[in-house]
Write a protein that binds this ligand. Sequence first.
Ligand code: UTP
Length: 470
Amino acid sequence: MTQPPTLSETRQRLERTGQSHLLAFWGTLDEARRASLLESIAGLPLEHLPAMLAQAATLAKPAAADIRPVRPYLRTHPEAARYRAIGEDLVRRGKVAAFLVAGGQGTRLGWRGPKGTYPATPVAGKPLFRVFAEQITAAERRWNVRIPWFVMTSEANHHDTERFFDDNRWFGRPRADTMLFAQGMVPSVSLDGKVLLEHAWQPALNPDGHGGALKALRAAGALEHMQASGIEHLCYFQVDNPNVHVIDPLFLGLHVAAPDSSAEMSSKSVLKRDVTEKVGVFVKAPRLTVLEYSDAPREVAEARDPDGQITYGEGSIAIHAIGVDFIRRLTDHPLGSVLPWHRAIKKVPFVDPATGAAVEPGEANAVKLECFVFDALLEAQGPIVLRTDRVEEFAPIKNASGEDSPATSKAIQVERAVRWLREAGIAVPAHANGQPDCTVEISPLTASGPDDLRRSPPPKPIPRGGEALI
Ligand code: UTP
């Protein structure tokens, strides 16, 4: 192991990069904190910081005139059965792994632990991590294969996540088939480019965004692991969506075999509910990209086709299929990956280096830098989009209440379960208007769609006004 830089080497580096205030409290620190501070500073990308900040501040947004709509594949594609068979073959041959990003701070939900530990399902209150684990187990049984699961955490939640998996005995899966690793952190800086101090002995850091996932896979040795075990494609998903179909053969089949795909990166969309929905949309500008709702010019956000359809209506639900070779190519870069830096101006508490006072800012005082995984689409050859059904695959939990909250997510989960039951010919108690008069949850171990329900023994009758776990 290399020795951390000495105090005098660190001083010189800080002077060179204009960050000398990071040692403002050196004289007051004990030995352990001094060592920790030197190590933290050694890990900061100080030489690159001005360029990262400048890039984030000047990131070009596509002009309205350059934006074109995307033509997605549909699940009703005439050759869907053939693509599904190709995807199934890929899974059966052990070429596919699941990849969950769970390193976010989850501030909007305000849950006390990692978001994946949140009890999300409507009847059993299963935590999100269990929902995904059971889906992976069901897929392993169906295709008689081991499906490795890569889970990205952050420094802030890694320990708690690992303990949760441990306490739950890795959800009954072999320990070796789940790999947890923490994503990178970047310094939070003041509006004039100075790295903030969270404590006298600790620079303020934030996770480097879900785009950090690609370099974190590489840094954790996951890419070598995949190469050694023959994994060629990752099913990427986020921690906040219990309705995700983690392993989707049709999507994988299109990703590897659609005529216009090069199997580097593919994405799923759902139609925007209305023009005001706050969701990023897939557009061509001229390459495929996600246009965030805050960046969409009004004439783009509100445009409609002659038949009334929203022109730029392919909303991103953060589900992607990503080729492992593509990740290797993108991460062959001195800064870890080629993805651009974005910035958010936020309130970040800090210790004032001049006075030693802990400051709780009343206004946004800091730049947080992060990368977005969908920016990788810009680098991909022939990325494709598959439009999918909202209820079937998207029940996000972002906020504590209101839109995209646990309550709305549970309602969508129930709606999907009722839909599957009805399609399978199973009676669901309903009100006169057809709305279900019950709360139902279908375990991923029982079914991943109506076909599985048709094949399973019929469930016990669902009580009117009651709950059922199937
Ligand atoms: P969000 O954009 O919802 O961010 O993340 P968040 O940090 O979880 O939540 P808020 O904004 O503080 O409320 C979308 C997905 O990307 C992951 C999250 O865990 C979630 O699965 N993510 C986000 C990371 O893994 N790392 C990050 O640095 C940011």
